[in-house]
Design a protein around this ligand. Structure first.
Ligand code: C2E
Ligand code: CA
Ligand code: CA
Length: 669
């Protein structure tokens, strides 16, 4: 403690060692004769003058004063000064005695603390402290007091039970306390109760103070209300796993549930059944009553399906009008029973949709996991799907189960898909060419490229044996590009050989190819690379593929047409063409399906359909090609009906390029 005696004018008379070092002087004598008030920062000088005046005039007998001081060495410090007046025996003031303490350390610590206290008090996070021996609160910051409805003064009386739920206290006891005892902090979610009694989830970190024998005596928690965030996350997760229209699980969740079911089945030995349900002719509902009605119907169907199954069963919607039910501990017999009940719930009572009463039937495929160890969720789903397809094939509104026959068929298809993949890579798929001739002159006007698979062991395969799988697997896209490229190259070779610029090459396009974004680019590149004029390329699309999505087809056809290629409607007469769309389609050729050519005889009794198609083509300004001409009678009849061109076994079968070459350049009849 520094001590100092000054004269009434403040000049130092005497000082001790402690004071000297506090002031930054080397010896107390250095201070004698000095006026320490000169070291005060300006704002304290007047204050000091006032205080000493009061002391001298007798208003007080001492004063305390805590100024900021610049020491002799220039450093700024806080001093706490207690001063008294020393009087002569007769009472006249003689000198001041001052006790001085350097309070700098204490003051900065205090400042820092009050700064921290301010932050803690004003943060939007929830901060609190509790006495763990009494279970009562010690402190809650403002955010917490407001959220939990606790007044500032009330805090020490509040028990933890008022702000934490029982579940949370259980966690305190069994999880948090052991952590604190081990000297660690704990972070996690705890349910808490707000002033209005609402339960919220608070993500918090709890730290503690322990007494010397390791018992937690006091805790500190810092947390944040994450109820909203969790809710949003849950909604997002729900949306990612559910179908929006029906609220049923979607494919992803279905596969997940199925996987879990199979895992349980592996342990328990109980079978798992999958029912694949597809509504019959649902497309008609959309077409006739509109998509909104279709959606209503799907939602209503979902509701009925749900009402038939057990709560533990999963009903999912895969998209479109496809639903899947997964049941655990259900063997095939029970699964077939359930399928019956599902059909019944749909068929027994018509649906009321868009002020109509709709009768709905469905086709169901049933597959049960016999040996869960070797069953993948996807495989089981595929089996049920295959069974459903057989139900459709056998006339709809029925139930089929996945049996050995389907199993063999599925295996064959899987193998075929694998083989086809490598066949496309190895270039085993090649085009054969069938001539198309002018009916009047017999001259070859073009050739149609038809895909053939030169199978290493099975010999030459026709599209009937692999197209469906190519289309299903998407391999058709690569296959199609290869046929297109080869056909263009071959046309170029014939052009060079015969100098003929009139020969056209026809190439078929499937639904998958048509849906492919880069189709126009692929076509353009193939023609360009082969140096073939696009006008000599005719792309054939079947009528049914065009009409599947007529709006889109019109669009795609226009983008192809812009390249300069010709377009043909293939298998015309088999689909349900709408004349309105046909008019909007930028096509050049109609190909009469061979079914109508088959009926043809020269006396034109059975030729009304062919006649109608030919005159329709001509009315629309299109060329008409008859396919599947197998005999002279048919050819004669077509000539009589003024069909433009013909194609068929009568004229030539599809041939490899080198066998066709000799036929080019001369009339075929
Ligand atoms: P399509 O386009 O209607 O082809 C005509 C089909 O009729 C060919 O069958 C052809 O061989 C056959 N044919 C030709 N003349 C006669 C005849 O006088 N009588 C009979 N009964 N049939 C005849 P193929 O080659 O088996 O092709 C079947 C279908 O496969 C084709 O029908 C076409 O839709 C599709 N296809 C063929 N090649 C390709 C291709 O490269 N890409 C695509 N996407 N589809 C192709
Ligand atoms: Ca064709
Ligand atoms: Ca055809």
């Amino acid at each position: 403690m520094g001590q100092l005696v000054t004269a009434l004018d403040g000049t130092v008379v005497e000082a001790n060692e402690a004071l000297a070092s506090m002031m930054g002087a080397s010896r107390p004598e250095e201070l004698v004769g000095f006026q320490p008030w000169r070291l005060l920062l300006r704002e304290y000088v007047d204050q000091l003058a006032e205080l000493t005046h009061e002391l001298i005039t007798g208003g007080v007998d001492h004063f305390e004063f805590e100024p900021r001081v610049r020491r002799l060495d220039g450093e700024l410090r806080w001093f706490h000064v207690t001063a008294t007046l020393i009087r002569e025996p007769d009472g006249t003031p003689r000198s001041f005695l001052a006790l001085v303490q350097d309070t700098t350390e204490r003051r900065t610590a205090e400042e820092r603390l009050s700064h921290l206290a301010n932050i803690v008090e004003s943060t939007s996070d929830l901060v609190g402290s509790a006495d763990l021996r009494t279970g009562r609160l010690i402190y809650l910051n403002r955010a917490a007091r407001e959220l939990f409805g606790v007044g500032e003064k009330e805090v020490p009386r509040v028990h933890l039970l008022r702000i934490y739920t029982r579940d949370a206290l259980h966690v305190w006891e069994h999880e948090i306390a052991p952590h604190l005892r081990a000297g660690r902090s704990w972070t996690g979610e705890l349910p808490m109760r707000t002033a209005e009694g609402r339960v919220i989830q608070v993500l918090q970190t709890v730290t503690g103070e322990v007494d010397p024998d390791g018992t937690p005596v006091r805790s500190w928690s810092v947390g944040r209300d994450i109820t909203e965030r969790k809710l949003r996350e849950e909604q997002l997760a729900h949306r990612a796993l559910h179908d929006e229209l029906t609220g049923l699980p979607n494919r992803a969740l279905l596969l997940d549930r199925l996987e879990q079911a199979l895992a349980r089945s592996r342990r328990s030995g109980d079978p798992v059944a999958v029912l694949f349900l597809d509504l019959d002719r649902f497309k008609n509902v959309n077409d006739e009553y509109g998509h909104a009605a279709g959606d209503d119907l799907l939602a209503a169907v979902a509701h009925r399906l749900r009402s038939v199954v057990r709560p533990s069963d999963t009903v999912a919607r895969l998209g479109g009008d496809e639903f899947v039910v997964v049941c655990e501990a259900v063997d095939e017999t029970k699964a077939l029973d359930l399928a019956q009940r599902l059909l019944a719930t749909l068929e027994d009572e018509p649906f009321r949709v868009a002020r109509n009463r709709l009768r709905v039937t469905a086709s169901i495929g049933v597959a049960t996991a016999v040996d869960p160890t070797s069953t993948h969720p996807e495989a089981l789903l595929r089996d049920a799907d295959a069974a459903m397809y057989r139900a459709k094939d056998l006339g709809r509104a029925r139930i089929e189960r996945f049996d050995d026959e389907l199993r063999r068929k599925t295996l064959r298809r899987t193998k075929l898909a694998d083989d086809l993949r490598s066949a496309v890579e190895r270039g085993e798929i090649v085009p054969y060419y069938q001539p198309i001739v002018d009916i009047r002159s017999g001259e070859i006007t073009g050739v149609e490229a038809l895909a053939r698979w030169q199978h290493p062991t099975r010999g030459l395969l026709t599209p009937g044996e692999f197209m469906e799988v190519a289309e299903e697997t998407g391999l058709i896209v690569g296959l199609g590009v290869s046929i297109l490229t080869r056909a263009c190259d071959q046309l170029r070779r014939w052009q060079v050989e015969f100098g003929s610029r009139a020969l056209k090459v026809h190439v078929n396009l499937s639904a998958r190819q048509l849906a492919h974004r880069s189709l126009p680019t692929l076509v353009e590149t193939a023609a360009e690379n082969a140096l073939v004029e696009p006008e000599l390329l005719c792309l054939e699309i079947t009528e049914s593929v065009i009409m599947e999505d007529a709006e889109r087809s019109v669009e795609v056809c226009h983008s192809l047409k812009r390249l300069g290629v010709e377009l043909a409607v293939d298998d015309f007469g088999t689909g349900y063409s709408s004349l309105a769309y046909l008019k909007r389609l930028p096509v050049d050729v109609l190909k009469i399906d061979k079914a109508f050519v088959e009926d043809l005889t020269p006396d034109s009794r059975d030729s009304s359909v062919a006649m109608a198609i030919i005159s329709l083509a001509h009315t629309l300004g299109l060329r008409c090609v008859a396919e599947g001409v197998e005999n002279v009678e048919q050819l004669t009849a077509l000539r009589g009906l003024e069909c433009d061109e013909a194609q068929g076994f009568l004229i030539a079968r599809p041939l490899p390029a080198e066998q066709l070459t000799p036929l080019l350049g001369k009339p075929l009849f």
